[in-house]
Ligand binder design. Sequence first.
Ligand SMILES: [Zn+2]
Length: 98
Amino acid sequence: MTSDPKEAGVAHDREVGGIRCLEVLDHLADLLDGRLDAATREQIEAHLRDCNWCERFGGAYASTVADIRKLLADPEPLDEAVQERLSRRLREALEVHR
Ligand SMILES: [Zn+2]
């Protein structure tokens, strides 16, 4: 079992906001864990705002991205339960789309 998007058959990969779709996917878990530096976080934020493909990737993934956008706009640190829920949904979304 893998959640690596490169092995998940993700056909689309383009650069938006200085970062590619697959890199965003790679970093999302780190983002949820609060392990990303500010520069990467800004790139991902810009990417998710402007990349239609990431937005349409899938229902579960798209709604996870929507939640992440809300969290990025919120200066409060991530609640652990919220973080766990988003990580799980993201993993499920990636499983569905491989
Ligand atoms: Zn994208």
